[in-house]
Design a binder for this molecule. Structure first.
Ligand code: DGP
Length: 115
């Protein structure tokens, strides 16, 4: 738990979010400013600032996140048409919340390349 971290506060229920999935290691909740009809954030409960801070010991956790995302996406109705998964890292990646999170975006066609 990092005390000045918004997502740690969501994990801790110090600030509200509509938790749509939770297990021992991750939680998922809708993004507060959705960029698509469905926009879910999937985050590790443990505070990891960004992808550059992930270590080999986190391999199981990262694998767990990746195998959980399609289940969450399916629950959100995205299984048939698909979805986009994005991890923004540091400034050039457009990261604004410094607690590792995967964006799951769907409900419309996603253009490529991103802006
Ligand atoms: P990024 O730019 O990749 O760091 O994405 C951070 C996302 O987090 C951004 O799309 C908005 C979202 N966000 C920021 N604060 C909150 C919050 O308090 N609650 C929720 N649900 N989402 C938040």
């Amino acid at each position: 738990m990092q005390h000045d971290c918004i997502f740690c506060k969501i994990v801790n229920r110090d600030i509200p979010a509509k938790i749509i999935y939770e297990d021992e290691y991750v939680i998922a909740f809708p993004d507060v400013s959705p960029a698509a009809p469905v926009h879910i954030l999937v985050i590790p409960k443990r505070h990891i600032p960004n992808l550059t801070e992930v270590s080999p010991e986190d391999a199981a956790l990262m694998g767990h996140i990746m195998t959980t995302i399609p289940k969450i996406a399916a629950e959100a109705g995205l299984a048939d048409n698909g979805f986009r998964t994005v991890i923004n890292t540091k400034d050039d990646g457009g990261q604004t919340v410094h607690h590792l999170h995967c964006h799951v975006l769907g409900g419309r066609f996603m253009k490529w390349p991103p802006g």
